[in-house]
Structure formats: C-alpha cells, structure tokens
Design a protein around this ligand. Sequence first.
Ligand code: MF3
Ligand code: CO
Ligand code: CO
Length: 289
Amino acid sequence: MKIGRNDKCWCGSGKKYKGCHMAFDNRIKDYRSRGFQVPNHQMIKTPEQIEGIRQAGRKNTMVLDYITPYVKAGANTAELDRLIEAYTREIGCIPACLGYEGYPKSVCISVDDIVCHGIPAEDYILQEGDIVNVDCTTIYNGYFGDASRMFCIGEVSEEKRKLVRVTKECLDLALENTRPWGTLGDMQYACNKHATENGYTIVREIGGHGCGVKFHEEPWVGHIGEPGTGILLVPGMTFTIEPMVNMGGPDVFQDEDDGWTIYTVDGMPSAQWEYTILVTEDGTEVLSY
Ligand code: MF3
Ligand code: CO
Ligand code: CO
C-alpha cells in the first residue's frame, strides 16, 4: 500500500506523511537499494505502541523484582511459578508464557545445564551452588515485555559465577553496540566476541526476537554475526537481546518428553540474561530488564 505525501502518516501522529515519516522511509529505501536487509513497518512501532510496550516492560521488570527474594536454596520452582502468576495478575497483567503454544506454566526457570525453557515443577528444588535463569514475559493492555535474569544460589563455584557475569557483560556489550542506522550484526559481533574471548560459546539455534505487539515477532535476533551485516536497525524497533552462553560447546538439544526444556549436549552449565529494548533516535532504551 503506497502512502501519498499528503495522506496521514502510518505512525498514527495525525500529521501528513510528508511532514512525518516520509524522509525516514526514504532513508530506509536508500539502505535497501544499497543491499541492506531492512525492517518492514510491522517491525517499526508507532509512538502509541511504544508507550504501551514501555508500560508492559515496566510491569515485567516489577515481576522479576518481586520474585528475586524468593529465588533461594530450598525454593520449589512450582511455588515460584505460582507466586509469579499471582503477582502478575495482582498488578493487572497476564503471564504471557501460560498456555503459549501449550507451555504449561507462567515462567521459565532454567538451572545449570538447562539452557532455557525449563518448566517449573513441584519436585524441582533449588540447591546451594545452582545458577538459575528466571525468564518472565508479561502482557499489559495487550502489549508485551520479556526479560530474564540469573541468580546464584548460595555459594556458587568461581567458574559458574564467572559464566553468569560474562553472560551479563555479553548482553550489555550487545546493547551498547545496538544503534539506530547500524545493523544487527554490529551487536551480534560484540556479543559473541566477548563470549569467545572468555572461552565460552553462544547457542546458535535459539535467540531473541521482535517483541511488543506480539510475544515473538520478526526479526529473529541471533547473537553471532559480523559488523555491518544483518538487518538494519532503525528508531522504533523493539526486540529482545537474550544471549545463551555455554561454558562448554554450543550444541543443545530439546527434551523429547516435555517438548520444551533445552539442555546443553555436553552437560556443561549455560547462562542467559535478557532485555527488551527500543531503538531510539540516538541510541537505545531498555524497556524491561
Ligand atoms: N521468554 C522466552 C523468550 O525469551 C520464551 C518462553 S516461551 C515459553 O523468548 F513458552 F516457554 F514460555
Ligand atoms: Co524471555
Ligand atoms: Co525473549
């Protein structure tokens, strides 16, 4: 659908296209003509959508803050799930994971060699020495925020603590290298470089995703790449960055029985941190952490 110069802009500002996003769209077209992969309009949020996603992101951050003191030795992960579901509803939200493609719980809790999508269970008790990822996604007024954090349970070995720290650094370096009119490869390169320099590997098959109007949107956001390659990043894009960093090799497999849990093939530990971010005119804004 072609918008005329004097038509209303697609962003919902009510302004004429020529005085609003026309120059912006032309800039994107120019990149496309130079061979760049470029975002479509679904990947570029309107100011109204951005405000909705910002609020959902804040609610999701509240959920992670809320659960933090409960993530300790002796905690039953099904109980953590119940606490998260109850709190999420109390603040006027819906847990996005519950029922998502048949997922049975409100949160993913992934310990040690579980890379992601660990399913909370009554008989799964957190132990001293575990490293644990808690991954929450919250729906508020129809918008989504998605983030995860790592927790070290009691005394954790130096090598596992280092994995957790370096993985957070990978995420923050990825964020620093996410810029408007840069490409996804810029952030992927920074992220993977830091993991590799520390002797770690990044999971290739699973990554981040556009996020905000739906749970998982385009583009897919891997964490390995080369500078200047991959999709062009422009203001208004909202997506997650969520590197899974393995202490050993990068290979993973899915549990055949539950159809969800992802493990490392070599049984070595894996860590992950996740933000939902917005690309702004001059950098980024973290929408959920
Ligand atoms: N929150 C996860 C992500 O970052 C997705 C979990 S999907 C679920 O993308 F169904 F397992 F919850
Ligand atoms: Co997540
Ligand atoms: Co995500």
